[in-house]
Design a binder for this molecule. Structure first.
Ligand SMILES: C[S@@+](CC[C@H](N)C(=O)[O-])C[C@H]1O[C@@H](n2cnc3c(N)ncnc32)[C@H](O)[C@@H]1O
Length: 188
């Protein structure tokens, strides 16, 4: 377990309070996401996306390395009156929670080996939502730094065993250059 990563993220979360609003990308997919079943938010941070999914009726599990983020997510869920399962995991080394999930979300976290595990986490027909800035983002923002950024055009090739339903790579309204995908595990 990366104690250094945990401490770094804990101190970031100690200094900020996450906005309770879900990500714009997730909200833009509203009509396409399930309203029942199980969802997994990978590196879900302080729970703004997980709680939004839970409010929509999903049974949500949030995993993250940061205890502070998980405590904030727990508070957010309690305040919203929704159930939320949260697990402290290092996604680079710990086993993933058992599927199948109807929805797996991974926003603003890049660990390339994780893509191989996603089809096994999903139920047949289950959806995967992923977004991460690309290297072009450095033209406007110093962070995230290069090692956390996707190459332009890289994302479709990282998807394994999934069918891409939509892929975009562009400047977002928030001024970030992001690759975004909605993908699906085939039904059979
Ligand atoms: C940029 S934040 C994104 C949080 C959230 N998904 C969002 O979009 O707001 C990255 C998250 O990854 C988590 N993280 C970093 N390394 C991790 C690891 N090895 N295992 C699990 N979570 C990790 C951090 O604690 C942090 O919550």
């Amino acid at each position: 377990m990366s104690q250094e990563d945990r401490q770094r993220w804990n101190s970031k979360y100690q200094q900020t309070t996450a906005p309770p609003e879900p990500s714009d990308f997730l909200r833009s997919l509203e009509g396409r996401l399930p309203r029942k079943g199980r969802a997994l938010d990978l590196a879900g941070g302080a729970g703004h996306d997980a709680c939004w999914l839970a409010r929509r009726g999903l049974d949500v599990t949030l995993v993250d390395i940061s205890d502070v983020a998980l405590a904030q997510a727990e508070t957010l869920a309690r305040d919203a009156g929704v159930p939320l399962t949260h697990l402290r995991l290092d996604l680079e080394s710990d086993p993933l929670p058992p599927g199948p999930f109807d929805l797996v979300v991974c926003l603003n976290y890049l660990w390339r080996p994780l893509f191989a595990a996603v089809p096994r986490l999903l139920a047949p027909g289950g959806l995967f939502v992923f977004a991460q800035p690309t290297r072009r983002n450095l033209q406007r923002h110093p962070h995230p730094s290069k090692r956390f950024l996707l190459e332009e055009g890289e994302l479709p090739a990282l998807l394994q065993g999934l069918q891409s339903l939509s892929f975009t790579e562009d400047w977002t309204d928030a001024g970030r250059h992001e690759a975004r995908v909605l993908a699906q595990r085939r039904l059979y």
